[in-house]
Design a protein around this ligand. Structure first.
Ligand code: PMP
Length: 288
């Protein structure tokens, strides 16, 4: 596999960064995860825009234009002869000294990995996932805004570890005030009485690109789409629950904290949205 690193495509084994890179020392950097489906990169511009917004907020200069970055994302897929892929795009503060000061990092590091990903086995998409609420709260947005897709994912990793320790694959994280936020790398939705509800960004969730896609698709399916504060009670008593993310796509949830959701099987609205999502990934996207 060839990895794009600071202007060149290098062999995977040569794709290495300095131990003085602040991406590694401090998680000082931003990233995106993007998918391509059958030769079409899904929502590429949205991901590039979000990367630039994250970088702008942390005052990190992306050392190339959006058009140039789009060019190398496409090139990464062509070089590796990939049609269905997961692309990881990373910009770090670059090499500095052992202090925090970002001014000491002269040149940002940019790399792109184009590979495959399968977060969960196929049968889980048919049978549904069981979730557990964990004690680790989602970062308070006033301290670290989750719209910054930064390289510091310890908040999410701690929650993931708790889920794994308890024998589950994925965790629900609550806000400081006890409202449902999101899972460790996916947004959460509930279906109830023809409504599709998902927590609002201000409670501390990433405005996921799959989340926006699903909200658009749902509006065409006679579902009343709304952002609303959700409690665990709302989840337990929903007709359907599902998760969304670029890597995970749409994952049905059938049990939460021991409570069966709806019929205990992936519901009709979730299945319809999965089908609609599959369709849109087949027809929309940037060719390479
Ligand atoms: N929440 C978090 C914390 C994430 O890291 C991600 C992306 N992995 C998502 C939600 C889903 O966002 P998207 O649909 O843009 O991939």
């Amino acid at each position: 596999m060839k990895v794009y690193l600071n202007g060149k495509f290098v062999d995977q084994s040569k794709a290495v960064v300095s131990v003085f890179d602040h991406g590694l020392l401090y998680g000082d950097g931003v990233f995106e995860g993007i998918r391509s489906y059958n030769g079409l990169i899904f929502k590429l511009e949205d991901h590039i825009d979000r990367l630039f917004e994250s970088a702008h907020t942390i005052m990190l200069r992306v050392p190339m234009s959006k058009a140039e970055l789009i060019g190398v994302v496409k090139e990464s897929l062509r070089v590796n002869k990939l049609r269905d892929a997961y692309i990881r795009l990373v910009v770090t503060r670059g090499e500095g000294d052992l202090g925090l000061d970002p001014r000491k990092c002269a040149q940002p590091t940019v790399f792109i990995i184009a590979d495959k990903i399968e977060l969960y086995p196929k049968k889980l998409y048919e049978q549904g996932l069981e979730l557990i609420t964990v004690a680790t709260q989602r970062n308070v947005p006033e301290a670290l805004n989750p719209q910054i897709k930064s390289l510091n994912y310890l908040n999410n990793i701690l929650a993931k570890i708790e889920a794994i320790n308890a024998g589950y694959e994925e965790a629900i994280m609550l806000s400081h005030s006890g409202y449902v936020t999101e899972c460790t790398g996916e947004n959460i939705f509930i279906v109830k009485d023809k409504h599709l509800l998902t927590p609002p960004p201000y409670i501390g969730v990433l405005r996921g690109i799959t989340r926006s896609t699903v909200m658009d698709l749902a509006a065409t399916q006679r579902l009343n789409v709304q952002e609303d504060l959700l409690t665990r009670h709302d989840l337990f008593n929903a007709e359907e629950v599902f998760l969304t993310g670029t890597a995970a796509e749409i994952v049905p949830v059938v049990k939460i904290d021991g409570r069966v959701i709806g019929t205990g099987k992936p519901g009709p609205a979730t299945k319809k949205l999965q089908a609609a999502f599959r369709q849109v990934t087949k027809t929309e996207g940037v060719r390479y």
